[in-house]
Design a protein around this ligand. Structure first.
Ligand code: ADP
Ligand code: MG
Ligand code: ZN
Length: 476
């Protein structure tokens, strides 16, 4: 029996606010345990929450970019459960009226582009963290993260393969990073994904029983965990078994998923409106005023790079994969109007150096201005393309100017007509036989003559110019 995979994804994106969702504590990652806490996020009796305006603005901008309807009346709800990292005994979340609903984004799938519907995106606060490996007895609780604003983004079950799920997640992460509402750091947990997955016989309408996957902190693992789970469920079904509705954890070391809890153990959260927070009413005009602040998104930018700069689709896609590289490209093209040349350099030499250095395009020591000074030297024939490529790593690491490096290394190309003419004439004098062969129509000897000139100039002659000069001399 062949089965179709059905996937819906839940993402928790940490919003890039400076302070927490309901108090003024900082949200900086990696600070000493419990140094960023106050009575509100510690859940002390009598402390009252206040909604962070910046988090609401970010959620609205994300919602608009995800083609959602933004709700005018927002309620916060208490989601009740017990866990040591949740001091209040409940998490403030949104239940019946999420801030964003009914959106979609376009993703690339095996069969082209398709829309993935976003069911809802709601605001909530993060929990703290239990720390088990402190080297002391017992476990400890760090509440620095408690109260950090999250946007939980939930899709409809529209995805049909591991690759589509990864494509959706990459697309979503790109959008949130473009908007600067999430830093997208999966290892630090700023972008956490939980795929839900079921199988159904090919051609069947109804969905099968789903399993939720957790503990996945890279795109690679999203793919691995889904592929593992498809195999496992296929086997269970083919052996006549039933899929249990449960939450399973991805185990990286074993490369498999294992049960965390079954449906029976699932919590009843007893949601109810939080009496400490008034409903949050957002005016239509206020919401609309944020539409103008949504920047051009990756998909649209890719299309524009093709139409405006005449780049191949594959270049455009690579150059818009992040805002940093796309901005770098456009700043460079503004200074040097040869888009394909700039694209080659940015995707090639520059990307390689940026990756090796572990830095980013925004902080690249070779700024667009410095890259352009090198490109201008190639364009004017001062240096060959080959030499320019060779010195690029030096340009990146040394802080010297392109001119300086070229000069120090003696790579300046000779393009000056007078100098070249002398060498060319000299070569023709020394090789009269080949010269007359060329005149009689034997084109192939040109290569030999160019080679002789290059040799005589110790490789520094501009080959284009040499070609031109030889042809001119030999045609008279
Ligand atoms: P739960 O109440 O268990 O959290 P939801 O209905 O809220 O379930 O759905 C959570 C996620 O699971 C959503 O992204 C949804 O698209 C997806 N989902 C729901 N049913 C299925 C299914 N049968 N197969 C795969 N994914 C599903
Ligand atoms: Mg859910
Ligand atoms: Zn606090």
């Amino acid at each position: 029996m062949t089965y179709e995979v059905v996937i819906g994804v839940e993402v928790h994106a940490q919003l890039r606010t400076r302070s927490k969702m309901f108090c003024g504590c900082a949200t900086t990652f990696g600070r000493p345990p419990n140094s960023q806490t106050c009575p509100v996020c510690l859940g002390l009796p009598g402390a009252l929450p206040v909604v962070n305006r910046a988090a609401v603005e970010m959620a609205v901008r994300a919602g608009l970019a995800l083609n959602c309807t933004i709700g005018s009346r927002n309620r916060f709800a208490r989601k009740n459960y017990f866990y040591p990292d949740l001091p209040k005994g409940y998490q403030i979340s949104q239940y019946e009226s999420p801030i964003c609903e009914h959106g979609w984004i376009e993703v690339v799938s095996g069969t082209g582009k398709k829309r993935v519907r976003i069911r809802r995106a709601h605001l909530e606060e993060d929990a703290g963290k239990n720390v088990h490996d402190t080297g002391t007895t017992g476990s400890r609780v760090d509440l620095n993260r408690a109260g950090t604003p999250l946007l939980e983004i939930v899709t409809e079950p529209d995805l049909r393969s591991a690759d589509e799920a990864v494509s959706y997640l990459k697309g979503l992460r790109d959008i949130l990073m473009y908007l600067e509402v999430c830093d997208g750091n999966m290892e630090e947990g700023s972008f956490r994904c939980e795929p839900n997955l079921s199988l159904r016989p090919q051609g069947r309408q109804e969905f099968g029983t789903k399993v939720e996957l957790k503990n996945i902190n890279s795109f690679r693992f999203v793919k691995d965990a889904i592929e593992y789970e498809v195999k496992r469920q296929t086997k269970v079904l083919n052996e006549g078994g039933k899929i249990q509705q449960e939450t399973r954890l991805w185990n990286l070391d074993r490369g498999e998923t294992a049960v965390m809890r079954s449906k029976e153990e699932a919590h009843d959260y007893r949601y109810f409106p939080d009496p400490d927070l008034l409903p949050l009413d957002l005016e239509k005009e206020w919401i609309e005023s944020y539409r103008a602040t949504v920047p051009e998104l990756p998909g649209n930018r890719t299309n524009r790079f093709v139409s405006e700069y005449g780049l191949p689709e594959s270049d455009a896609a690579m150059l818009t994969a992040s805002k940093g590289i796309a901005d770098y490209f456009e700043r460079t093209v503004r200074l040097f109007d040869h888009p394909k040349t700039v694209s080659n350099w940015v995707m090639g030499e520059l990307t390689r150096e940026v990756r090796q250095s572990g830095g980013s395009f925004e902080t690249s020591p070779v700024s667009p201005e410095r890259l352009v000074s090198l490109l201008n030297m190639v364009e004017s024939g001062t240096v060959s393309l080959k030499a320019a490529r060779e010195i690029f790593p030096d340009l990146f690491t040394s802080g010297k100017s392109a001119e300086q490096i070229v000069e120090e290394r003696g790579l300046t190309q000779v393009s000056d007509e007078e100098t070249l003419e002398k060498i060319v004439e000299d070569v023709l004098e020394r090789h009269p036989a080949q010269a007359s062969q060329f005149k009689e129509g034997k084109q192939q000897v040109l290569g030999f003559l160019v080679g002789q000139v290059m040799k005589a100039s110790a490789g520094k002659a501009n080959p284009g110019k040499v070609n031109e000069l030889l042809k001119r001399k030999l045609s008279v």
